[in-house]
Design a protein around this ligand. Structure first.
Ligand SMILES: [Zn+2]
Length: 411
């Protein structure tokens, strides 16, 4: 019997789950493993992923393409402090990630060394601990059966646009003066995607803590703020832009603290959308951000082709100078505040998250986690408040300048 398993949706509804189901399930990392058959390291081998849990949970298993990936979604599973790198056999696949995904679901994504088929996917509850076994075998490319598109993988999950954090709703309460400036702060990464990691610090956590501090300071200065995420959760690049647009943001600032090979980058850097950018370092960053999005099961394929692309470019010709203007304000305010900046503080990059044609957008690398000096700054509350101060001053200055320009244009 041939087992075609491009999608297996199995719900373990056990009698008497009741109150126990309220507690998050845990992964028993020591009793979980990824193993491969045979010793031929040169080519893809059959593999088996065994996940041992402390209670049964609903789950689903499927494959995605570009690159080939195995996705395992588990409802109500809390990974706690367990790191994918600690999973026995993690090195058998090019990359493995896990973390919170959406609405109580957690996700494991394992990049596969080639096209595979799922030959088994079952949750055994006979042993002391429930055990999820997923068996995979390499197949020729023509037999690879990924889900039709990454977007389809989300069909049964809530609309990404609605994932914006509660702050989005609170940002424009009734009666608020319509012309109050609203800034979308977008802490990069989160949940399944921790971003850069160094010295026990994760980019996702650092930029979230910075965003929360910046939100408080901006609100004290009378500037409205919408956060694309306010906790440690995954959000696709498109959902980030959608959250900003739905809130009616006047400015979009994506916050990062990435990793680059030693010596490639140090100091705060401001990036603007530039489809022609081809600098090696920014290419690494752009590829990584898009790849993180892909790895988590989302992609931007087809979002700006043909006519849509032309229309977006037309709108962008109006917003791009405003993005550039903001970048200048930010660079000068950071310089005035004594913030260490990259030798080229404003650069162009193909960062998909900056693609919004109608909202001035910048991506701010607060620093690089790979640089020891940057790293010590990023985790220093004094540096953080200095940087927050520069950001608030830049936004206020830019808004006044834009307001003055708009008034001039109206004459
Ligand atoms: Zn990043």
């Amino acid at each position: 019997m041939r087992l075609v398993a491009s999608l297996l949706l199995l719900v373990a509804m056990l009698a008497g789950q009741g109150a126990a189901a309220q507690d998050a399930a845990r992964l028993d990392l020591g009793a979980s493993a990824l193993t491969a058959e045979g010793r031929d390291r040169g080519r893809p081998r059959p593999m088996e992923l065994v996940l041992t849990l402390d209670q049964p949970v609903p789950y689903r298993v499927f494959l995605l393409d570009g690159p080939p990936r195995l996705v395992v979604d588990l409802k109500g599973l809390d990974f706690g402090t367990a790191q994918p790198a600690q999973l026995f056999g993690a090195g058998l696949v090019p990359a493995i990630r896990w973390g919170r995904f959406q609405r109580g679901w957690s996700r494991i994504v394992a990049e596969l060394p080639g096209p595979y088929a799922i030959t088994q996917s079952s949750l055994s509850t006979r042993a002391m601990q429930p055990r999820l076994t997923i068996a995979l075998k390499p197949v020729p490319p023509e037999d690879f059966r990924p889900r039709a598109s990454a977007a389809a993988a989300l069909r049964n999950l809530p609309d990404p646009a609605k994932l914006g954090v509660g702050a989005a709703d609170a940002a424009k309460p009734d009666g608020l003066v319509a012309d109050r400036l609203l800034v979308a702060l977008d802490p990069g990464h989160g949940g399944i995607d921790p971003g850069a990691l160094a010295d026990g610090e994760s980019e996702a956590k650092i930029v979230l803590s910075f965003a929360l501090a910046a939100r408080d300071a901006l609100e004290r200065a009378g500037i409205g703020v919408v956060l694309t995420r306010a906790d440690d959760r995954f959000l696709g690049l498109e959902a980030r832009m959608t959250a900003a647009r739905e809130a009616g943001a006047d400015l979009f600032i994506s916050l990062h603290a990435d990793a680059l090979p030693a010596g490639e980058a140090a100091g705060a850097t401001i990036y603007l959308w530039d489809p022609a950018a081809n600098d090696a370092a920014t290419r690494i960053l752009a590829e990584r951000h898009d790849r993180d999005d892909l790895l988590a099961g989302l992609d931007l394929t087809g979002t700006d082709d043909g006519l849509a692309g032309v229309l977006m470019d037309m709108v962008r010709t109006e917003t791009q100078p405003r993005s550039v203007n903001f970048a200048k304000f930010l660079a000068s305010r950071m310089a005035l505040s004594g913030i260490d900046m990259h030798r080229r503080p404003v650069q162009g990059a193909r960062f998909s998250v900056l693609k919004s044609p109608d909202i001035p957008s910048v991506l701010l690398e607060l620093g690089f986690l790979t640089d020891p000096t940057d790293r010590s700054h990023l985790t220093d509350p004094a540096w953080q408040s200095q940087m927050v101060g520069a950001l608030v001053a830049a936004i206020s200055g830019w808004a006044r300048d834009e307001g003055a320009r708009a008034a001039l244009l109206r004459q």
